[in-house]
Write a protein that binds this ligand. Structure first.
Ligand SMILES: *Cc1c(COP(=O)(O)O)cnc(C)c1O
Length: 403
């Protein structure tokens, strides 16, 4: 990566996240290029890393935004993503969110239940607009990923089954307030096998053909969701071109724009989390390396038992088994368990890799810890893109109510 972690630590203190914007560009271009045989829209999944500068950087490349709350929609707009490239997904949209999305005139609302479709219909009528919608189909395909990030099975809460989808398209066609424009599926995250994706896109493409012939609805957008996996450890990845080809093959004969909503693939390996060693200790025979970052900064190891590669900067000797833990008062506060690391000293820097996606965006203020700084690296130059939170930031919304 060629990042001078030490210099950044001196300049911005620790812990911090740093993202390589040139890598983000490369990932975006790779995926966009893979779909070049057709009209396509890469709609970056904002929840993976929603820093305004990250979203703007992608917008500058031509990316759209896939959003799962009105907050994310407004972030995307603030970052300069054109409204006609913004999609609003999610199983539980609030009335006010639907209203605002319609008023903001974004590309489409991705509807995930019959009940929601009826709400969108009513709200569109109130506002006297026609709501552009897509329907999220749950193809009941096992994506073979971690159960917490699987979304494509009927046992998951996402989307609707094929028959429900058909009823919804009929309802939408008959309503004056709804414009059924697209179809969507997203079967899970960190996918490393092409077969389930192939199965899903073929099921959904057949549905598109069926809707066209039986219901006379010509959909304009075929959204394959996100989910492309990245290397955390030694995963073998889906080839981007094979992926795109699989999608394009499924769409043979259809005049439809492909939408793809990658999150992790774009930003996951653009970022690392850098933390500082505070202490080492041995409890019985168990060695602990205690660092200044914690689960509130990067929760993936605690939440998903996720693996992140860890290195101690400039040290490689005298390795032994240890757990890397943070200062938060939870036994679940760890970055790694039973890994081999060199003997460390106070202030050694530790680099936690693959932290660009679902890192900062899942951070909290637990234990009254301020969120850390975020730094961008572009053309070899670093710049702050979110300052470290102060104690004053943390109490700002409570202070005035103190009696
Ligand atoms: C989370 C999400 C994505 C992005 O998933 P990645 O695995 O990060 O690519 C795309 N689409 C929808 C609807 C999502 O919820």
């Amino acid at each position: 990566m060629g990042i001078n972690f030490k210099e950044l630590a001196e300049k911005y203190q620790t812990p911090y996240y740093v993202y390589d914007f040139d890598y983000i560009t490369k990932q975006y271009q790779e995926l966009k290029g893979a779909f070049k045989a057709r009209k396509s829209l890469i709609s970056y999944a904002v929840k993976a890393n929603s820093n305004l500068s990250v979203v703007k950087h992608l917008g500058d490349q031509g990316s759209g935004a896939d959003c799962v709350s009105i907050g994310e929609v407004k972030r995307a707009l603030k970052a300069g993503i054109p409204k006609y490239k913004i999609i609003f997904s999610g199983v539980g949209k609030i009335d006010d969110e639907i209203r605002e999305a319609l008023q903001l005139d974004i590309l489409m609302i991705n509807v995930e239940s019959e009940a929601e479709l009826k709400r969108v219909d009513i709200i569109a009528k109130e506002l006297k607009v026609e709501a552009r919608i897509s329907i999220r189909v749950n193809p009941n395909v096992d994506p073979k990923t971690h159960p917490y990030i699987s979304t494509g099975l009927h046992e998951n809460k996402f989307g609707v089954d094929i028959n429900t989808a058909k009823r919804m398209y009929i309802f939408a066609k008959q309503s004056e307030n709804l414009d059924p424009l697209g179809i969507h599926c997203h079967i899970g995250s960190q996918l490393t096998e092409l077969a389930p994706i192939k199965e899903a896109v073929n099921i959904v493409a057949d549905l598109v053909r069926n809707i066209k012939s039986a219901l006379k609805i010509e959909l304009k957008f075929f959204d394959v969701g996100g989910g492309l996996g990245i290397v955390y450890d030694d995963e073998k990845l889906i080839d981007t071109y094979e992926y795109a080809q699989t999608v394009l093959d499924a769409l043979f004969g259809l005049d439809i724009t492909v939408v793809c909503e990658p999150g992790r693939f774009i930003v996951g390996n653009s970022g690392v989390f850098v933390t500082k060693v505070l202490y080492e200790k041995v409890n019985g025979s168990k060695r602990f390396v205690i660092v200044d970052g914690a689960m509130n900064d990067l929760i993936r190891p605690s939440l998903y038992d996720a693996y992140h590669k860890i290195e101690v900067l400039d040290k490689n000797e005298n390795k032994s088994d240890c757990n890397v833990v943070g200062p938060v008062c939870e036994s679940g506060d760890f970055f790694a368990k039973n890994i081999e690391l060199p003997q460390t000293e106070h202030n050694d820097l530790m680099v936690i890799y693959s932290a660009g996606a679902y890192g900062f965006t899942m951070a909290s203020n637990y234990n009254t810890r301020g969120k850390v700084a975020e730094i961008a690296l572009e053309n070899g130059k670093d710049r702050l893109i979110r300052r470290r939170e102060t104690f004053e930031d943390l109490i700002a919304l409570e202070e005035e109510y103190l009696k």
